[in-house]
Design a protein around this ligand. Structure first.
Ligand SMILES: Cn1ncc2ncnc(NCCc3cnc(NC(=O)Nc4cccc(C(F)(F)F)c4)s3)c21
Length: 273
């Protein structure tokens, strides 16, 4: 394993297979590492596009963050390499593909399936937050399904390390302006809100604040204009959990470990196995 990290990979180390998906910055292909016959996903990114969008630092941060994360519900990033024009990400292959396609196919998930996914996401986020990493981009497009149907959080392109400035400002806070001291706008509770949105979308098939115009969606979010349709029928326990996560005051959102003890999760989620 450690040896694998040191190795300089090149495209010649892989047999490239069918495309798995196409993203904004490039395509993903299934691939087989020739020496080990190990199946991986290879994301190909064009340097020109990365430069144009000025996201190189984000990619570096993703690779750095991902190299320390090991969790069954987090898609592994094994390594990367580059050539003249492209950067390649060597990723764990999720055999059952993209969750959003599954949600489109089923319209909405059963309460058991939704609770199972929400519980595994909560465990993955507890693990990330324990390492001061917040994902910040939890949505169906970034969720994949492994060979045993298990959920995998992918694409840490927007994740950040939340270092506590107090520790890194060499002791004194006295000279920090208010906005620096209370720089909590991006604390881990952003992921709790997103998980609440996801839970709603798993059960109803649409996100709670969806609207035709962006301005209307924005207005509904800041107002937390949360409504539960009469169809499909959803248990009051599920609605109770969602209502405790979609709270405007970030410090008042249900903490992730409390989510795992919520009756709806306890009664509906499959044991993590
Ligand atoms: C579709 N599909 N089906 C099966 C399957 N199995 C594995 N993977 C798949 N798809 C790839 C999932 C990803 C995981 N990590 C990613 N990371 C990323 O795309 N990072 C990234 C890109 C461009 C720019 C930036 C930057 F610079 F802004 F940070 C960051 S994408 C699969």
């Amino acid at each position: 394993e450690a040896a694998a990290e040191k190795k300089r990979w090149t495209l010649n180390d892989f047999d490239i297979g069918r495309p798995l998906g196409r993203g904004k910055f490039g395509h993903v292909y299934i691939a087989k590492e020739k020496r080990s016959n190990h199946i991986v996903a290879l994301k190909v990114l064009f340097k020109s596009q990365l430069k144009q969008s000025q996201v190189e630092h984000q990619l570096r941060r993703e690779v750095e963050i991902q190299s320390h994360l090991r969790h069954p519900n987090i898609l592994r990033l094994y390594g990367y390499f580059y050539d003249q024009k492209r950067v390649y990400l060597i990723l764990e292959y999720a055999a059952r593909g993209e969750l959003y396609k599954e949600l489109q196919r089923c319209k909405h998930f059963s309460e058991r399936r939704a609770a199972t996914y929400v519980a595994s996401l909560a465990r993955a986020l507890i693990y990330c937050h324990g390492k001061h990493v917040i994902h910040r981009d939890i949505k169906p497009e970034n969720l994949l399904i492994g060979a045993q149907g298990e959920l995998k959080i992918a694409d840490f392109g927007w994740s950040v390390h939340t270092f506590n400035r107090r520790q890194t400002m060499c002791g004194t806070l006295d000279y920090l302006p208010p906005e620096m001291v209370e720089s909590t706008e991006h604390d881990a509770s952003v992921d709790i809100w997103s998980l609440g949105i996801l839970c709603y979308e798993f059960l109803y098939g649409v996100p709670p604040f969806e609207a035709k115009e962006h301005t209307d969606t924005y207005r509904r979010i800041v107002k937390v204009d949360l409504k539960f349709p009469s169809k499909p029928v959803v248990s009051s326990a599920a609605k109770d959990l969602i209502s405790q996560m979609l709270v405007k005051e970030s410090s008042k959102r249900m903490p992730l470990h409390k989510l795992l003890e919520h009756p709806w999760v306890v009664q509906n989620a499959e044991p993590s196995g």
